[in-house]
Design a protein around this ligand. Sequence first.
Ligand SMILES: [Zn+2]
Length: 132
Amino acid sequence: MLKDIICDEFQITVSELLVVSRSILDLLGRLQEISARLTRHLTRAATTCGCIKITACKQDLPPEIPYSELKSLLDTHINGQLCENCRENIETCLGQMLFYLAAICNHLDLNLYDILLKEYKQMKLLGHYKLA
Ligand SMILES: [Zn+2]
């Protein structure tokens, strides 16, 4: 399958390129740092750029609602669409998170695609119960 090859090549390339930050502690710190940057970019999209609005509030649900109907009733709290600049910033952060995730996998001798596949199979098997 082409997707597993791309994922494996991505992980191998990360291994080849990662010279600095060899310590697992550095990698964990970088992943958290980028996660914080992602939060900042998303916040700025709402507060500085204004391309999106985040309108969070308590989501009151009717009692005894079937689980299958929850998705249609729960709000993401996001209104609007990311502009090109904000989208680029957020995509960059998510890409960097993938880089450090692959690096952590390399350090622990784990295969990123195997983890992705395992998670996918669990989702397919457990469905809605996976997140409950
Ligand atoms: Zn924007």
